[in-house]
Design a protein around this ligand. Structure first.
Ligand code: GLC
Ligand code: CA
Length: 561
C-alpha cells in the first residue's frame, strides 16, 4: 500500500451546535471551537471534522443548506471561520467540513427559483415529475417518513426528497448543477480547507424510472433505499466529482456510504478510488430494524465482534476505512455496545481501545473521550431530532404504547449524541450561560472534562495515552499499516486481534465478559504497552494472560512459542 499523509492521523468530529457556546444564546459556536483547539491538540487530534456550519434553516440541524457560501449566523462569521483555519494550521491540525450535496434546503435560492418557475431552468436542478393519476410518481417512503414526493403548488407536479420535505434532492443528471457544486467545493478548498466528510452520497444516483416497489409497511410505501439499490452508475458521478474537485487539491475525503453494492468496495477506497476513505458502519447497521427503531434487533457481543472482524479482514484487501464508535446520528457507543455492567470507566476505556487500535482512521466523536452516555428522556417533547419524532410515530402506529415508544427512542435517538458537551460541573455543564438548545445529560456532574483533567485515572487521560500510543514513533507503523488478524475468536467473551508488520506484532485483548478469563499466549510478552487496570505490572515471563472483567491489555509479542 502506498503511503499517504492522512493514513496515520487521528480525527475528531465536532457537532458545532452542541460543542461550546460563548455568547450565551444556547448554541455552540466557532468561538467555542477556537477556544478548544488546544484541548483537542492535547488529545492527539490531527483532523477535525465539523458537522455543517453553513447557512441553514436547521430543519435537519444544518444538513439542509440554504447557502453553501455562507456561515450560519448562529455559529459566527466567515472571518471567524478563516481564523479557525489559521489557528488549526498553526497547530498542525487540519479542518474538514461536511459536504451535503445530495440535497439542499427548500430555502436555497435554486429551489425558490424552481418553485417560482416549475418549467424553468432551475426546476431541472431538482426532480420535478408529473404525478400518476392523482398520486405521487412512485410509492417511496423518505428516510424521515412520509412520501418522498411533495406536490409543487399550483401544478400537477411533485418534487423529490429522500430526507425531509424541506431537503429537496439535487438533480445530478444536470451538468449545470454539477458545475455549480464543483465550483463551490473548489472555492472552499482554495480557502485552505483540507477536505470533506461527504454526506449521504450514494443517494445522488437515482433510478430515473422511479419504479414502484412492493410496499413494506402499513403506510403502503416502500423504503426509498430500494430505489437507490436499483440505480446503476453512481461511480461515474463520483469520478466526475473527484476529478473536478478533490483530486486537483489533493483533498482528504471521507464519505458516508450505505447501501453499497457487492463488489464495489474497491472502487470506493482503493488508491485511486472515489474517496480517500469511507466510514465502517457495519457494527451500527446490525441494529437496523426491518420497519424502524421499534423492531431493531438486539446485538449480541459475538455478533458485534464477528462483524468487526469480518469488516477489517475485507477492508484491508483494498485500503483503509474510518472507524467510529458513535457519531451525531447514532446513540452513544458506551450505552450501545457495552452490557450494563461494563458501562463504567474501565468498560469505556476497553471499548475505546478496541476501536482506536483497529486498522483504519479513528474518528472520535465529541464527548466520546470522556465516556459520554445516552441521556434519560422523559417525553417526546424533549427531543429535537426530526428522525426521532418520525420513529416515535412509527412505533406508535405499530401498536406500541407511549412508554414503549419512548423506550425505543431513548435507546436509538440521534439526540443522545447531540446533548451538549460536558465541560465541567457548573450550570449546563459549562456549555452555555444561557438556555441550551437541547437539554444537558443529567450525569454531567460525574462525567465532565474538568473533573477528568484532574484525575490521572480518568477516561480522558486514558484516551490521551491511547491516541499517543497509536501515534508514537515506535508503534505508529504497526498501528497504521500492520495487518489485522483476529485472535482468540473461540472464546465467548474476548475481542482480540493482532496488528502485524514485518518486524512487530502487537496483541490487543479485551474481556467483555462478567467473569475473568485466562488466555494462553502463543508468544512471549515483550512489553505491556497499555492497560486499563494497571496490568503494566504483569509478569511478562508467563504465557498465561489473565483478563479481569472489562480489562483490556495491549502488548507487544516476542518470540513465538
Ligand atoms: C446524513 C447525516 C444526517 C442527515 C442526513 C441527511 O446521514 O449524517 O445527520 O440527517 O444525512 O442530510
Ligand atoms: Ca452561541
Amino acid at each position: 500500500m502506498n503511503k499517504n499523509w492522512w493514513h496515520d492521523k487521528v480525527a475528531y468530529q465536532i457537532y458545532p451546535k452542541s460543542f461550546l457556546d460563548t455568547n450565551g444564546d444556547g448554541i455552540g459556536d466557532l468561538r467555542g471551537i477556537l477556544s478548544k483547539l488546544d484541548y483537542l491538540k492535547a488529545l492527539g487530534i490531527d483532523i477535525i471534522w465539523l458537522s455543517p456550519i453553513y447557512k441553514s434553516p436547521f430543519v435537519d440541524q444544518g444538513y439542509d443548506i440554504s447557502d453553501y457560501y455562507a456561515i450560519a449566523e448562529e455559529f459566527g462569521t466567515m472571518e471567524e471561520f478563516d481564523e479557525l483555519l489559521a489557528e488549526a494550521k498553526k497547530r498542525d491540525m487540519y479542518i474538514i467540513m461536511d459536504l451535503v450535496i445530495n440535497h439542499c434546503s427548500d430555502k436555497h435560492e435554486w429551489f425558490q427559483k424552481a418553485l417560482a418557475e416549475p418549467d424553468g431552468e432551475y426546476a431541472d436542478y431538482f426532480y420535478f415529475r408529473q404525478g400518476k393519476s392523482g398520486n405521487p410518481p412512485s410509492n417511496y417512503r423518505s428516510y424521515f417518513g412520509g412520501s418522498c414526493w411533495e406536490p409543487v403548488a399550483g401544478t400537477d407536479k411533485y418534487y423529490f426528497h429522500m430526507f425531509a420535505k424541506e431537503q429537496p434532492d439535487l438533480n445530478w443528471e444536470n451538468p449545470r448543477l454539477r458545475q455549480e457544486l464543483y465550483q463551490m467545493i473548489n472555492w472552499w478548498l482554495e480557502k485552505g480547507l483540507t477536505g470533506f466528510r461527504i454526506d449521504a452520497i450514494i443517494n445522488i444516483k437515482k433510478n430515473l424510472d422511479f419504479p414502484d416497489f412492493e410496499p413494506d409497511g402499513p403506510d403502503g410505501l416502500a423504503g426509498c433505499w430500494k430505489m437507490v439499490e436499483s440505480a446503476e452508475g453512481v461511480g461515474e458521478f463520483l469520478e466526475d466529482l473527484k476529478q473536478n474537485t478533490f483530486q486537483k487539491h489533493n483533498a482528504f475525503t471521507v464519505a458516508e456510504v450505505f447501501n453499497m453494492k457487492d463488489g464495489e468496495l474497491a472502487d470506493f477506497i482503493e488508491e485511486n478510488g472515489h474517496f480517500s476513505t469511507i466510514f465502517d458502519f457495519s457494527a451500527h447497521c446490525l441494529s437496523d430494524g426491518e420497519h424502524g427503531w421499534y423492531d431493531a434487533p438486539a446485538v449480541s457481543f459475538q455478533k458485534w465482534r464477528d462483524t468487526i472482524i469480518h469488516a477489517q479482514l475485507d477492508i484491508q484487501k483494498y485500503g483503509m476505512e474510518a472507524n467510529i464508535i458513535e457519531n451525531h446520528d447514532e446513540p452513544r457507543g458506551v450505552s450501545r455496545f457495552l452490557p450494563e455492567y461494563a458501562r463504567t470507566p474501565a468498560g469505556t476505556k476497553m471499548l475505546g481501545t478496541v476501536n482506536i487500535l483497529l486498522r483504519g482512521i479513528p474518528f472520535i466523536y465529541q464527548g466520546q473521550e470522556i465516556g459520554m452516555q445516552n441521556a434519560v428522556w422523559n417525553s417526546i417533547e424533549e427531543y429535537d431530532d426530526i428522525s426521532t419524532k418520525d420513529q416515535y410515530h412509527i412505533a406508535r402506529d405499530a401498536g406500541l404504547s407511549d412508554a414503549e415508544a419512548l423506550t425505543v427512542c431513548s435507546r436509538m435517538s440521534r439526540d443522545n449524541a447531540r446533548t451538549p458537551m460536558q465541560w465541567n460541573s457548573q450550570k449546563n455543564a459549562g456549555f452555555t450561560t444561557g438556555t441550551p438548545w437541547l437539554k444537558v445529560n443529567g450525569n454531567y456532574k460525574e462525567i465532565n472534562v474538568e473533573r477528568q483533567e484532574k484525575d490521572e485515572a480518568s477516561v480522558l487521560h486514558y484516551y490521551q495515552r491511547l491516541v499517543a500510543l497509536r501515534k508514537s514513533p515506535a508503534y505508529k507503523e504497526v498501528f497504521t499499516y500492520g495487518t489485522f488478524s483476529p485472535a482468540f475468536e473461540h472464546t465467548e467473551t474476548v475481542m482480540a486481534y493482532y496488528r502485524t508488520t514485518a518486524d512487530k506484532k502487537v496483541l490487543v485483548a479485551a474481556n467483555f465478559g462478567r467473569e475473568a478469563v485466562e488466555l494462553t499466549l502463543a508468544h512471549d510478552i515483550c512489553h505491556i504497552l497499555l492497560s486499563n487496570m494497571g496490568a503494566e505490572e504483569t509478569d511478562t515471563s508467563s504465557h498465561m494472560l489473565r483478563l479481569e472483567s472489562c480489562e483490556v491489555i495491549v502488548l507487544e509479542c516476542g518470540q513465538p512459542l
